[in-house]
Design a protein around this ligand. Sequence first.
Ligand SMILES: C[S@@+](CC[C@H](N)C(=O)[O-])C[C@H]1O[C@@H](n2cnc3c(N)ncnc32)[C@H](O)[C@@H]1O
Length: 198
Amino acid sequence: MLLNRVEKLLMNNPVREAAQRHVEARRLLRMGGAMSGGKALEVGCGRGVGTELILDVFGADRVEAFDLDIDMVRRAQARLADRGAVVKLWEGDATAIDSPDENYDAAFDFGIIHHIPDWRAALGAVFRVLKPGARFYAEEVLARFIHNSLWRRVLDHPMDDRFSHDQFRDALEEAGFELVQTQDVWGQFAWFVADKPD
Ligand SMILES: C[S@@+](CC[C@H](N)C(=O)[O-])C[C@H]1O[C@@H](n2cnc3c(N)ncnc32)[C@H](O)[C@@H]1O
């Protein structure tokens, strides 16, 4: 589901970038460690800050990333133009990832899967494109936040079948992942690192 105007403003500004860089990436790095090179996928890359972090902080050699919103893809293309062939960007849907099976050494979700009505399908799609032994890093927004009356007034999210920390954790396991570490922050946000078994 595309972001509304308010959320687009909340995503495309220096405060969001600082939070992603100094809070979210650091927490995921503490939980799951860095990559030893290799090729990563970012689902729902927005304007491309996550892709930068996957290269510069997590240590991927190459990142392929997509977003449902062509305007976000264009922003990411402009931001990452100087990275050359190390980055590939396209318009796409996380429930039907345009990639062969077992293609990536890691995948990253910086707060996008809660925007997807059939979010379990997105977990299955991520699982499919990861190589055996590859790692999935996810930062997510939980049902309690999405259903809060204030946020409902200003943001647009799918409302049915949103997930708690435990529901997302269980769905990861149902998709085939083995959990490495999870964290629930005030029942509003959650963090997950999980591996595709070898
Ligand atoms: C809350 S924003 C996060 C953007 C970026 N990851 C960040 O952290 O700044 C959610 C993003 O997910 C994208 N999105 C929503 N549904 C999607 C889907 N089914 N497949 C891929 N991207 C999707 C939106 O267009 C938006 O850019």
